[in-house]
Design a protein around this ligand. Structure first.
Ligand code: HEM
Ligand SMILES: *[C@@H]1O[C@H](CO)[C@@H](O)[C@H](O)[C@H]1NC(C)=O
Ligand SMILES: *[C@@H]1O[C@H](CO)[C@@H](O)[C@H](O)[C@H]1NC(C)=O
Ligand SMILES: *[C@@H]1O[C@H](CO)[C@@H](O)[C@H](O)[C@H]1NC(C)=O
Ligand SMILES: *[C@@H]1O[C@H](CO)[C@@H](O)[C@H](O)[C@H]1NC(C)=O
Ligand SMILES: *[C@@H]1O[C@H](CO)[C@@H](O)[C@H](O)[C@H]1NC(C)=O
Length: 327
């Protein structure tokens, strides 16, 4: 008996639903390099340890690199490609400010090319390094599914469109995470990364000066913190290189202090403090502030999910020889 065209189309649609989805869920595998480059994760960890031992702030830099990579074109190391006169790359977009840690990835990649040439992608190195950075800063460790391949393009304008701005409110930030398949719950969880690291004044100075007709500073910013920030970041003559700790209490420790800070209005960015402005997000903040274990395990799970955004696998993309240029 022959099927009608409509029936055939339905079968085809079902086929794609099941198989496309079923394979998508396990594109990446923990231990992807077990047989092809057994030392891969150990070498990355060694380089990250050395770097963080000499400058603890680099852990934050590496964690942020993976986030920026994944939110723009998926986790494909497009964040590492340099610009050309005919193409401004992500690395040169405005939100790239203060991106740091590139040299650690370059060096780990160089070492990996010596022992297993052409095997380990820059995108996976970024994911391993982010995991190691969290662990070395006192957070949780977790198994990173790998097998990502590197992309061939990078664009500054895509970075601007996809990266959440520090002045975004809870609805806007939630929407930008939803665009990447991440829930509001995961957004609150991943924001906990701001328990480590530094920020330039320009990322929050709008909260300090001419905030609104009624109030020169943002009323949701703790006034003690506001005056400290005004001292460090004067309205005129701010040194563009000045940085402040995002979590002023334990700036290099991966803990739940970030959430505790939000409870006393000590979030640095609007995008941080805004988590207290809706009941769904603020109740999660309160929970994390009190329960480090819950936060840590949910953070690990959310990082794994973020690390899956639009990955290239199989024969897509390439394994770059040098992380800053395509082959
Ligand atoms: C929720 C939306 C987010 C916004 C609006 C945001 C915004 C920012 C901004 C403006 C900075 C400071 C840049 C500067 O002025 O130097 C920063 C730093 C940082 N961000 Fe985020 N971020 C967000 C989410 C995330 C996520 C999901 C992660 C990682 C999982 C992350 C990790 C970091 C880290 C570790 C730093 C410190 C970097 C360093 O010290 O070098 N952020 N973020
Ligand atoms: C690699 O080895 C680890 C530890 O033995 C194992 O958990 C993992 O499933 C292996 N992965 C692959 C893809 O073989
Ligand atoms: C970030 O972009 C600016 C231009 O907007 C560029 O001058 C700077 O070198 C870039 N930073 C990094 C770390 O590449
Ligand atoms: C400013 O104050 C007026 C009067 O108290 C109030 O109606 C208005 O909502 C306030 N605006 C802001 C942005 O807080
Ligand atoms: C900021 O840092 C850059 C690069 O290190 C340096 O060239 C510049 O002079 C610094 N600017 C100020 C005002 O210190
Ligand atoms: C401001 O922060 C301090 C801790 O730095 C805290 O003791 C105080 O209660 C906070 N004030 C408000 C209004 O949240």
């Amino acid at each position: 008996m022959a099927f009608t065209i409509t029936q055939k189309l339905v079968f085809l649609a079902l086929y794609f639903c099941f198989f496309a989805q079923g394979s998508k869920a396990d594109l990446l595998k923990v231990g992807f390099y077990n047989t092809t480059c057994a030392q891969a994760e150990a070498i990355v960890r060694e380089e990250v340890s050395k770097a963080v031992a000499s400058d603890p702030g680099l852990a934050a830099g590496l964690l942020r690199l993976h986030f920026h990579d994944c939110f723009v074109r998926g986790c494909d190391a497009s964040i590492m490609l340099v610009s050309y006169p005919w193409n401004q790359a992500e690395i040169d977009a405005i939100p790239n400010k203060s991106l740091r840690g590139f040299e650690i990835i370059w060096y780990a990649k160089w070492r990996l090319e010596q022992v297993c040439k052409g095997i380990v992608s820059c995108a996976d190195i970024l994911a391993f390094a982010a995991r190691d950075s969290v662990a070395l800063s006192g957070g949780i460790t977790y198994a990173v599914p790998s097998g990502r391949r590197d992309g061939r393009t990078s664009s500054a304008s895509e970075a601007l469109q996809n990266l959440p701005p520090p002045f975004g409110d809870v609805n806007r930030i939630t929407q930008m995470f939803a665009n990447k398949g991440l829930t509001q719950d995961e957004m609150v969880t991943l924001s906990g990364a701001h328990t480590i690291g530094q920020s330039h004044c320009s990322s929050f100075s709008s909260r300090l000066y001419n905030f609104s007709p009624n109030s020169s500073t943002d009323p949701t910013l703790n006034s003690t913190l506001a005056s400290q920030l005004i001292q460090k970041c004067p309205q005129s003559n701010t040194n563009p290189n000045t940085t402040v700790s995002i979590d002023p209490v334990t700036p290099n420790t991966f803990d739940v202090k970030y959430y505790q800070n939000l409870l006393s209005n000590n979030g640095l960015f609007t995008s941080d403090q805004t988590l207290m402005s809706s009941s769904a997000t603020s109740s999660l903040v309160t929970q994390y502030a009190q329960n480090s274990q819950t936060f840590m395990s949910k953070f690990a799970a959310a990082m794994i999910k973020m690390g899956n955004i639009d990955v290239l696998t199989g024969t897509n993309g390439e394994i770059r020889t040098w992380c800053h240029v395509t082959n």
